[in-house]
Write a protein that binds this ligand. Structure first.
Ligand code: PLP
Length: 352
C-alpha cells in the first residue's frame, strides 16, 4: 500500500536497514553489527542494579552530567567539552538538525557508514558522496568540498581503513563548516584524534559505548568538541535524551578503563589472527583498525554465497548488496571459538 500520510519528500525514500537482530536466546553467532562478544564491566552491572529504585520516577539530568564528568576525566578534557547522546546515532542526527538545512550539501566519503545518506533524505539535505580511491584511500575532492557539514569515519566502516593525522587535519583545516569525525571504532585503532580538538573549533568527535565498552544495548554515544559547537547541539536535542540507567552505566563504564583496555586487546589480537587465517584461505582482507574485518572471497566465489552458507550454519555476518560493496563481507571479531566456527564453515563452503 502506498504510504498515504508520509510527507512527499520521503516518498520513494530508502531507509537505513540495520543488520539483522534475532530474538535473544536463539543460538546465532552474531558477527553482523560489530557488538562486543564479551560482557560489559562488572562495575557497570553493579551500578545499574543499585540505580533501579525510587529515583526512576524523576526525570534524568538533561546533560547527563555525572557521565559527562566521568568521560571528561577519562579523556583529559574539561566537562564543558563533552556531551552525550542516546547512542552515537542520535548525535549524528543532531548534527543534521543543527548544521545542515534543507538544500544544504552534506559531504561524506563512500563507502562509509550507510546511515548518512538516509539522514540526508530525512533532513532534505543534498548528499555529496566522495568515492574512496584505490585501497579505500581518501580522495582529494573530499577536503575541497565546501559543504557546511562533513562526516569522516575513522577507522572507516565497513572497510576498517585508518586515516593518519595529516590526512585528517588537512580535511578539517580546509573545511568551510563543521567536520564530524566519527570515531566509533577508534579504541581498536593506533591512536585517536583528540589532539586536534584544541586546534579546531569546527571539529566534533563522536564516539560510542556500543563497541569497546560492550554496551550496545544501553544506547550511549558521546561527543567531544568546542563548547560553542556543543551549545549548537544543545539547541536541537531532546530535553532528556539519556535515561537515568544509561547515565549510570556510562559513568561506571567511563571509570573502568582497565575493563575496556583488556576487551580491546583481546579483540585486536584475535582480529590479526583471524585475518591471517582468512588470507590462508585465499580471502583478500583489508588491513583493519576496527573490531571487524572487511574481506573478499577468492576469485570465483561470490560473497553472497559465503554469506548464505554461513547463515545456514547459524552465523550472521554483514553483506551489503550494492556496488562497490557487493563482493565483500564485513565480519565482526567474535571470540576465538566463534571465529574458529566461521573458518570451518567457510572451508566447507569453499569445498562446495
Ligand atoms: C561508523 C559508526 N558510527 C556510529 C555508529 C552508531 O553507534 P551507536 O550504537 O552508538 O548508535 C555505528 C554503529 O555501528 C557505526 O558503525
Amino acid at each position: 500500500m502506498p504510504p498515504r500520510f508520509l510527507k512527499p519528500s520521503l516518498r520513494g525514500f530508502e531507509p537505513y536497514l540495520p543488520g539483522q537482530q534475532p530474538p535473544d536466546g536463539e543460538d546465532w553467532i552474531k558477527l553482523n553489527t560489530n557488538e562486543s562478544p564479551y560482557p560489559p564491566s562488572p562495575r557497570v552491572l553493579a551500578a545499574l542494579r543499585e540505580a533501579v529504585g525510587d529515583t526512576l520516577r524523576l526525570y534524568p539530568a538533561p546533560l547527563a552530567d555525572p557521565a559527562a564528568g566521568a568521560l571528561a576525566q577519562a579523556h583529559g578534557l574539561d566537562p564543558a567539552w563533552v556531551r552525550l547522546g542516546n547512542g552515537e546515532d542520535e548525535l549524528i542526527a543532531m548534527c543534521f538538525r543543527a548544521f545542515a538545512g534543507a538544500g544544504d550539501r552534506v559531504a561524506f566519503t563512500w563507502p562509509t557508514y550507510p546511515l548518512l545518506e538516509p539522514l540526508c533524505g530525512i533532513h532534505e539535505a543534498v548528499p555529496s558522496p566522495h568515492p574512496l580511491g584505490a585501497d579505500w584511500s581518501l580522495p582529494p575532492s573530499f577536503a575541497a568540498d565546501p559543504a557546511p557539514l562533513k562526516f569522516l569515519v575513522n577507522p572507516n566502516s565497513p572497510t576498517g581503513t585508518w586515516y593518519g593525522r595529516e590526512e585528517v587535519a588537512a580535511v578539517i583545516a580546509a573545511a568551510q563548516g563543521v567536520v564530524v569525525l566519527d570515531e566509533a571504532y577508534v579504541d581498536f585503532a593506533p591512536e585517536s584524534r583528540l589532539d586536534l580538538l584544541a586546534e579546531h573549533d569546527n571539529l566534533l568527535i563522536l564516539r560510542t559505548m556500543s563497541k569497546s565498552y560492550a554496551l550496545a544495548g544501553m544506547r550511549i554515544g558521546f561527543a567531544f568538541g568546542h563548547p560553542d559547537l556543543l551549545a549548537s547541539l544543545d539547541t536541537v536535542k531532546d530535553s532528556y535524551n539519556l535515561d537515568r540507567l544509561s547515565i549510570v552505566a556510562a559513568k561506571a563504564a567511563a571509570e573502568d578503563r582497565a575493563h575496556r583496555d583488556s576487551l580491546v586487546s583481546r579483540v585486536v589480537a584475535d582480529r590479526e589472527w583471524f585475518a591471517g587465517e582468512l588470507r590462508a584461505l585465499d580471502f583478500r582482507v583489508c588491513p583493519s583498525s576496527a573490531n571487524f574485518v572487511f574481506t573478499r572471497p577468492p576469485e570465483g566465489v561470490a560473497a553472497e554465497e559465503v554469506f548464505s552458507g554461513l547463515r545456514r550454519r547459524r552465523v550472521l555476518v554483514r553483506h551489503f548488496g550494492k556496488p562497490p560493496l557487493d563482493g565483500w563481507l564485513r565480519i565482526t571479531i567474535g571470540t576465538r571459538e566463534q571465529l574458529a566456527k566461521v573458518l570451518r564453515g567457510i572451508a566447507e563452503i569453499l569445498q562446495g
